[in-house]
Design a protein around this ligand. Structure first.
Ligand SMILES: NC(=O)c1ccc[n+]([C@@H]2O[C@H](COP(=O)([O-])OP(=O)(O)OC[C@H]3O[C@@H](n4cnc5c(N)ncnc54)[C@H](OP(=O)(O)O)[C@@H]3O)[C@@H](O)[C@H]2O)c1
Length: 337
């Protein structure tokens, strides 16, 4: 893509049930073990300069202090806090009732912010591991999803909203049966669900469930995470940006296949959060939203290439010997215990 002017007024927003408006694309900040905090900070600065206003962060990415330094620089250029959308996530080691508020305060301190726009429970399990753990590593004392325990954690997130530290709360890596219980029991309903979404993993049932219940679907790994850590790759994984349908549409439009994945995601109604440290890629990804949406026919062609290929399987969070990673995702429609 050349340096044609980006019409930032055309970057769409997604309206939440609260009426708040989330920029319809965000920058991912997980360095996939490849990029240092400083490089991620540079990526945040260049993305903001390009026109990104939405940043997807998490305590476990280990770089929130660097992202915070970048956000301070961004705001020093005259971009108001209210123009930004910053998400962070509660890591699995801080689900205990007395750990949630301190964990959020730590993220706020690191990010240099007085409030978060969205705070997610990163995974619905309190099982954790050291950064870079092998997929065979397990947390001693790992547990299945326990709804009562999850609700205790959720109540603390509700307190964060009541205290004004967080505007919205939500879920990530969850399933429809778990969400069903949360929607039944929550006083403050989840505003969004962050889930893996790309042309080879479209999750149509969960996607429809989330939308019907009024949550915004945020799509992580929207390009199919071609550079995810080696530990997250298996032989049967497929590659969305090499799919002949994606490649054909990209060639016809003269864009990179990644751009087609993003156009598809936004056209379908999810909020993609692509990662890139490369300013030209960041620009091309933003441009994907401000120009030529995919046609009905192209959208349908991509709907037909779903491979049900989950890339982020979550093996390290399993709680029983000999278990299959599918158990984390409630494949039978009820919560696996
Ligand atoms: N909630 C969760 O549990 C969870 C899990 C995973 C990810 N996430 C979030 O989602 C974000 C994105 O996911 P991800 O990093 O796994 O994967 P992704 O965004 O699907 O893929 C990122 C890769 O795509 C390539 N790319 C990006 N923009 C491009 C463009 N315009 N043209 C060509 N190639 C482009 C880059 O590859 P090159 O480096 O080769 O150029 C980049 O490394 C993360 O950073 C994180 O914030 C959340």
């Amino acid at each position: 893509m050349g340096r044609a002017a980006l019409d930032l007024s055309r970057v769409p927003f997604k309206q939440l049930a609260s009426g708040a408006r989330m920029p319809a694309i965000g920058l991912g900040t997980f360095g996939s073990d490849r990029y240092s905090g400083r490089e991620i900070a540079r990526a945040v600065r260049s993305a903001a300069e390009t026109g990104y206003r939405h940043f997807d962060c998490a305590a476990v990415y280990g770089n929130e202090a660097h992202v915070g330094a970048a956000l301070r620089d961004v705001m020093a250029t005259g971009i108001a806090r209210e123009e930004l959308w910053v998400t962070s996530k509660l890591w699995n080691d801080s689900h205990a009732e007395n750990a949630v508020i301190p964990a959020c305060e730590r993220s706020l301190r690191d990010l240099g912010l007085e409030y978060l726009d969205l705070y997610l429970i990163h995974w619905p399990f309190p099982n954790h591991h050291a950064p870079g753990a092998r997929v065979t590593d397990r947390h001693q004392g790992a547990k299945p999803y326990l709804h009562d325990a999850y609700m205790k954690t959720w109540r603390q997130l509700e307190k964060l909203v009541e205290r004004g530290l967080v505007k919205h709360i939500g879920t990530s890596n969850t399933t429809a049966p778990k969400l069903e219980l949360l929607l039944r029991d929550a006083e403050i309903k989840p505003a969004a669900n962050e889930m893996e979404l790309h042309p080879h993993f479209q999750q149509p049932e969960l996607f429809d469930f989330v939308v019907e219940r009024g949550l915004v679907p945020i799509g992580f790994s929207p390009i199919g995470s071609p550079n995810r850590p080696e530990r997250d790759k298996t032989e049967s994984d497929t590659v969305a940006i090499q799919d002949p349908v994606i490649v054909r549409i990209a060639e016809q439009r003269g864009v990179h296949p990644a751009v087609v994945c993003l156009k598809w995601g936004v056209g379908r109604g999810q909020v993609p959060i692509p990662f890139s440290v490369n300013p030209d890629q960041q620009r091309a990804s933003l441009h994907a939203l401000t120009t030529d949406p995919l046609s009905e026919k192209e959208m349908q062609a991509i709907a037909g290439i779903d491979q049900n290929c989950r890339l982020i399987k979550g093996q390290v969070f399993l709680w029983r010997e000999g278990q299959d990673w599918q158990d984390l995702w409630d494949p039978d429609g009820y919560i696996t215990t």
